[in-house]
Write a protein that binds this ligand. Structure first.
Ligand code: ZN
Length: 152
C-alpha cells in the first residue's frame, strides 16, 4: 500500500529552502540572518528523509550563476516598479535614487538570495519522491567518501 504524503508544491519547497526529495526537511540549520556563516550552515543530510545536501564535492559552486540571475531579475523588477510608482526622468536624479535603493535592497536580500540559490540548485538535481518513506535515499557515499577524496 502506497500512501502519498500531502506535500508542498515545488515552489513552496524551493522558496522555503526545503529538501527537494521529501519537501519536508530543512536544508539549513539556522534561520536566515546577517551572520553569514550561521546562515549558510547546511544540514549534511535532510533531517527528515536522509537525502544528502551536498551531492558531490563542490556541488554548490554553480550557485553563483543562480544568485547572479536572481539579482538581475530582482533589479529589473525594482526598476519597473520604480518607473511605475515613482517615475523617471532625464531632468532629475530619480534614476540614481533607484540605483541607490536597489543596491541597498539587494544587500539586505543577500543572505536570503544565497540560500534560495542553493535551494533552487539542489532542486534541479534531486527529484521529488512522494514515496520517500518507502525508498532509501540514493547512495552518494561513493562520491562523498572522505577516504577516497584523500587518495586523489
Ligand atoms: Zn528530505
Amino acid at each position: 500500500m502506497k500512501e502519498k504524503m500531502k506535500s508542498r508544491s515545488y515552489l513552496a519547497s524551493a522558496f522555503g529552502c526545503r529538501c527537494p526529495r521529501c519537501r519536508e526537511g530543512k536544508l539549513f540549520k539556522n534561520s536566515v540572518s546577517f551572520r553569514f556563516k550561521k546562515t549558510m550552515e547546511m544540514n549534511k543530510d535532510c533531517p527528515v528523509c536522509g537525502q544528502a545536501t551536498e551531492i558531490e564535492v563542490g556541488f554548490y559552486y554553480g550557485t553563483s550563476y543562480v544568485s547572479y540571475a536572481l539579482t538581475v531579475a530582482i533589479s529589473v523588477a525594482t526598476l519597473v516598479a520604480w518607473y511605475v510608482i515613482i517615475g523617471m526622468s532625464t531632468s532629475d536624479n530619480r534614476f540614481f535614487y533607484w540605483l541607490g535603493f536597489n543596491a541597498v535592497f539587494l544587500i539586505l536580500l543577500q543572505p536570503w538570495l544565497m540560500r534560495l540559490s542553493r535551494s533552487l540548485w539542489i532542486s534541479w538535481f534531486v527529484k521529488y519522491d512522494p514515496y520517500w518513506k518507502e525508498h532509501k535515499p540514493e547512495d552518494v557515499s561513493e562520491r562523498m567518501n572522505p577516504d577516497q577524496a584523500n587518495n586523489w
